[in-house]
Structures are given as C-alpha cells and as structure tokens.
Design a protein around this ligand. Structure first.
Ligand code: SF4
Ligand code: MG
Length: 317
C-alpha cells in the first residue's frame, strides 16, 4: 500500500502543494483529478522522488510504501525503487522510449535489470507481457522501432516496460490525454484489467472526471495544490459536496451533442505564484462568503469521504 500524509512541497518561496493526503491499496485504482496546474503531476513526482531534479523539495509530511517512509530514502535506494516496485507512466510515451532502439530490447532490459533474468527468459517474458496487453504478434513487434508504432501502441509499449519491472504501484500521469477517444478507452481498460489480474495499485492522474467515473474506485480532487474532496467514486459522484467537484462533474458531457459544445468551469486556475487567500477556489465559487476569502477550510472527514469547504453542499438522500 502507498500512503501519502499531509505532504507539502516547496520550490524556494513557492509552496505549490500542501496537505496532500491519500492512500491506495493493491487491487485498487485511485484517481487524482483536477485542472492542469492543480498539483497532480507534482504529487506524482514527489512520490517518485523526482522533485530534486526540478528544484523542489518536500517540506513536511510522509510517503509510506512497504513500511518505509520514502521521504527518508537515500538517492541510491530511490533509484532502485523507481521503475522497479513503483513505476511512472507519463502522457508522452517518447519520454520513456528510446527512438533508436528496437521495442523488444527496451522491454527486455527492464526485466533483466529488475528480475535478474537471462536474455532468453527476458524475451519470453516481454512477449508474454505484450500479449497480455493485447498487442497482436508480439514477437514481430519486438523487432520494430518506436516510430513505426501508432500513439496508442506506443503507450501500450510504455505500459509493458513498466510491467516488466514487476511493480506493485503504477502512477499513470494523464496516460491517455494525447490519444483519441477510442484508443483512450482501450488503454484505460487495459490498465483496469492489470489492477484486477495482477493486484496492482494504480494511481490514475487525469483532468477528466469521465475517466474517473469509468476507471477508478476512489478519487482525490485537487485544486491549487490542495485536496478539496476525496472518497469512493460512487459516494463522490452520488453526493459531491465541494463546489469544485460539482463543477468538474458538470463538465462531463451527458450526450454526444452536448459534448460537441465545449464545457468548462468559469474563471481560471490560480497560478502557484499567486494562490488566492483563504479558500483558493473562492474567486470562482458561487457559494463563497466573506470567510472564504480569509480562512483556508480544513479537510474534514465524514464517513468515507472528506471535504475542505466552509459551506459544503448538503447531501440529500
Ligand atoms: Fe466555495 Fe467557500 Fe467552499 Fe471555498 S470554502 S469552495 S469559496 S463555499
Ligand atoms: Mg500534469
């Protein structure tokens, strides 16, 4: 299980994340949702131990995995963990694929490194994994180069590389954003299948509430670097209490004709250089009152869900 508690991150004087709390267990998919700039990717980078590379640091909180606090891990141990027990899949497959190397070799090397497999066994396993990802003719694909693949196929290859290390947690940061809708649905289905069949824990980062509805068991809604609401997907969609969560759900097109019109939330996501005082959502919130502009609402748990709002929308059942 991966458990993040009260995580805060700073870049010099900027504090783009605070109070980020969630957990995900084996066999479970957790969605982290919010508009771009809400701190989702930064959360993933924190878990992966990649903040120092971009000049950030964790100032408080803990990230526990396998009974270790990852925030206390040495660089060397983190390198072992990264791409091993915990894998990151990003939106752009070409950040993980080497354009000059054949597909098979790129996946084999992960198995050889993390599972200490022989060359022949690694290839057998690569072919097996590609098959599980419903890639036709895996042996042939192994001989191809990335540029010979479609976007959706490249993303499957990246997932195969992640799986080759035999991870127990996969963080997928907008893994389908660059793909068309049909391919998107296939990739989500594949990831969901892996969670069930291999008892993986999946953290699916997305800006799209309909992806959460399709694919996730639990959801964390982020806004301006904070968790504003979280809980089981059924509970959050059934009774969204935070005005921002409600707005995100309202953005889901209910029909194809409606989807043709662009829906969005009015106003813009605040910049990390200039987070509003009090509740960061107050400049865009129809329910805001004076206290919202001055006091940050704490994340308060009630049953399985938690919400950070001074005036949460009452649940009616
Ligand atoms: Fe809106 Fe106030 Fe709730 Fe923030 S705390 S979401 S401004 S009602
Ligand atoms: Mg992002």
């Amino acid at each position: 299980m991966l458990q993040v508690k009260n995580l805060a991150v700073s870049f010099g004087l900027e504090k783009p994340l605070s109070g980020v709390t969630f957990d995900v267990r084996n066999g479970e998919t957790l969605g982290i949702v919010g508009e771009s700039g809400s701190g989702k990717s930064l959360t993933a980078m924190s878990v992966m131990g990649l903040l120092p590379l971009i000049g950030g640091r964790i100032t408080s909180g803990s990230i526990s995995f396998d009974e270790q606090d990852l925030t206390k891990l040495s660089d060397q141990d983190y390198r072992k963990l990264r791409g091993g027990r915990i894998s990151l899949i990003t939106q752009n497959p070409m950040t993980s694929l080497d354009p000059l190397k054949r597909i098979g070799g790129q996946i084999d090397v992960v198995g050889r490194l993390h599972m200490s497999l022989s060359k022949a066994d690694a290839r057998k396993r690569t072919i097996d994994i590609l098959g599980r990802l419903r890639i036709p003719d895996p042996a042939l694909i192994c001989e191809r180069y990335p540029h010979q693949m479609s976007g959706g196929m490249k993303q499957r290859i990246v997932i195969a590389m992640a799986l080759a290390a035999n991870p127990s947690v996969i963080l997928a940061d907008e893994p389908t954003t660059a793909l068309d809708v049909t391919v998107q649905a296939q990739i989500i289905q594949i990831l969901n299948g892996l969670v069930r069949e291999q008892n993986l824990a999946l953290v699916l980062i997305t800006h799209d509430m309909s992806v959460v509805a399709q694919a996730c068991d639990k959801v964390v809604v982020m806004y301006a670097g904070r968790v504003v609401e979280q809980g089981p997907v059924a509970a959050i969609f059934g009774h969204p209490q935070h005005p921002y969560t409600r707005a995100l759900i309202d953005c889901i097109p209910r029909s194809l004709t409606e989807g043709a019109r662009l829906r969005g939330i009015e106003g813009t996501v605040p910049s990390v250089l200039n987070y509003p005082s009090g509740c960061p959502f107050h400049p865009r919130c129809a329910r805001a009152e004076a206290v919202c502009g001055s006091t940050i609402p704490p994340l308060v748990a009630a049953g399985q869900t938690a919400v950070a709002c001074h005036f949460p929308v009452e649940t009616t059942s």
